[in-house]
Write a protein that binds this ligand. Sequence first.
Ligand code: SF4
Length: 426
Amino acid sequence: MSEQLFEDVACTVCACVCDDLRVTVRDGRIVDYQPFCSRIGNWFEQQNSQPFPAALQSGAEVAFEQAIDQAATILRQSRSPLFYGLSRSSTEGQRAAVALADRLGATIDTTASEGHAPSILALQQVGESTCSLGEIRNRADLVIYWGSDPIQWQPRHLERYSMKAGMLTPGGRADRTLIVVDSKRTETADLADHYLEVEKDQDFEALWTLRGLLRGVEPRPGSRTGLPLDQLRDLAQRMKTCRCGIIFFGYGLVLQPMGNNNVQALLQLVTELNQYTRFYARRMRVAGDVSGADSVLCWQTGYPFSVNLARGYPRYSPDEFSAADMLERRETDAVVLIGSSRLDCFSPAALDHLQRVPTILLEHPFGEISFEPTVRITTAIYGIHRPGTAYRMDEVPIPLRPLLPSEFPSDGEVLNAIHAALSTRS
Ligand code: SF4
């Protein structure tokens, strides 16, 4: 019996990308991991699951080479291919996807377009005051989660950053004030010193009132303020007088009608707070490497998501080139899915078109999808079977190490094989 203990393993289940796990591998199987995290579920156990076909074509098992040929044929015949996904990939796979999309003059989009796209639009307008999560651990004495429930989506975020003892916060939780602003009570709210229940879809009013209060401007009587005025006055005072503050904001703020205006107001508020003290804002990303997908697309094309390469140069237009919009308007005739995350966010019209056109799915063995893709190729997982790099939610790159061998190729290797097939057989 052989047993190996891997220390400082990075987890890519969520965008925290915690890199402090200890994973025990016995006889080629993962048998334990520490410390526990509720979001991991059976992620590690699934790696020991039954063998899965290397490739399927219309549901029937085929050789890998045949699947690559079929994928190349689909893409060669396509006039408007679309690449979508990438948030469960790694830098290598994301680069390979951009290179292939560029070769084909395709559109490439990431799951950010179904998530923090409004935040990205807002920060492109007004900028953002950013920091690493390590800086929060070491400095922040005021931590605000706005429209975000890390206990559910990023369970170890509080333990590792917002409550952990740091250089200027040796008492950890005791040295911090934790505030949750949300429209419904969450598990995170139960741990907070103060929970402020903002009226549904009135975050903008609350943020705008806070901006005024910072300058000493009171709202007119009867104005909508989203939160009771005395709570907003108290919050403004706490923000101004803290040593270092942070607002972590999530989908509860972002995925509202005109969510980009909410985020813009929040980012402007944080910028103005820096006249009084040190203050930051950070997005609470959800998927494992969605920040990496933003970063790779940015350095390769100049834009973070929804990029069209059909004219030989990148064009960025979120409403026009998001995967969901292109599918709804039936403007694509072949789709490459690099992972199947967030397909459940698509409208029925988008899903309907997705099932009508040829689809090539690159997915790990137990990734689930509600329809049968034309070609499905099983891929290895970065950080389990392959080395790679994932970007944490604060855009810090974290190296991923392999723990188990795998006969499956990585998504980057599959994309490179399709690229080569297009080049040699065109
Ligand atoms: S918080 Fe996220 S990255 Fe960290 S261990 Fe849990 S699932 Fe993994």
